[in-house]
Design a protein. Structure first.
Length: 290
């Protein structure tokens, strides 16, 4: 109550919106739309696409709210998250619980009723693994990034299966690309915020890997494996052979950024790797689509 009284006044709607992690949710929706578009050969049914995006937005927003609820004490110890609604005392934990559960339930209902059971199942698995597995693992093992990449990649299957009704090999190829992309992406973030994560008690790899050698090796391995995995959509016939040069060029670019980070683990090289990851993925998906 005391913290709530001292918290600056702010519209409730803004705090609820912040609970949904809007930037992360927008990324998830981009992946869902890309999966649906590729599954439909470029022209998904507008109603299916709309309901897939809407349902996933609700599930992703609800999962983020539940994640913030579980991590509110850790967030209070980190500079970049201390001002969030729960650690700052602007929202009560019970409100976040009800809000997150309501959004998640509504999103799964939309996906089940208006798309396919496969899409709803992939979204439910993403929600459960994000909140129930990845979130607690962040305090227990530095391997949490490998687990957390699963719920991050499942939205590709949500979009794909919303169109096809199943999990075909080409859909799994998209999942694999999203999974591998996250490893160097999140290792770069973990390096840049390693002191904050350590203060919060999160066992991220750069926290105990003081010189960053292990983080650099994992980022390099992830980028190298991603280069090979990005060729799977071509070999499975999801896209034409003309996409191959773009996959190789983009993969080589991302691999070079990861190699630079592995060679010299500095904030500057980690930031370049992070920026490279944010450039690589939309360009790769666009090349597959076009």
């Amino acid at each position: 109550m005391k913290a709530a009284a001292l918290a600056p006044a702010r519209p409730l709607a803004l705090d609820l919106l912040e609970l949904t992690k809007p930037r992360l949710t927008l990324f998830v929706l981009f992946v869902v739309a890309a999966g649906a578009a590729l599954a439909a050969g470029g022209s998904p049914d507008p109603a299916v696409l709309l309901h897939a995006v809407l349902g996933t937005a609700l599930v992703a927003g609800g999962g983020s709210a539940l994640n913030m609820l579980v991590e509110r004490e850790a967030d209070a110890r980190m500079r970049r998250t201390a001002a969030r609604p729960l650690p700052a005392g602007r929202l009560a934990p019970r409100d976040a619980l009800l809000f997150g559960a309501a959004l998640s339930g509504a999103g799964l209902a939309v996906l089940l009723a208006a798309t396919t059971p496969a899409a709803a199942g992939a979204a439910a698995l993403s929600l459960a693994s994000y909140v129930g597995v990845y979130t607690p693992l962040k305090r227990r093992t530095a391997l949490n990034t490998l687990v957390g990449a699963v719920p991050g990649a499942l939205p590709a299957l949500v979009g794909w299966s919303a169109v096809t009704g199943g999990y075909e090999p080409a859909g799994w190829a998209l999942f694999l690309v999203l999974y591998l992309w996250q490893i160097p992406h999140f290792l770069a973030i973990a390096w840049l915020h390693r002191e904050d994560y350590e203060r919060a008690g999160f066992r991220m790899l750069p926290g105990w890997d003081r010189d960053g050698a292990a983080a650099g090796r994992q980022a390099l391995l992830g980028a190298a494996t991603l280069l090979s995995a990005s060729l799977l959509p071509v070999s499975l016939g999801l896209t034409g052979a003309a996409t191959l040069p773009a996959c190789l060029l983009l993969g080589g670019f991302f691999l070079a950024r990861a190699a630079a980070f592995a060679r010299r683990r500095t904030d500057a090289s980690a930031r370049r790797l992070l920026q490279g990851s944010l450039l690589y993925l939309p360009l790769l998906l666009a090349s597959l689509f076009l």
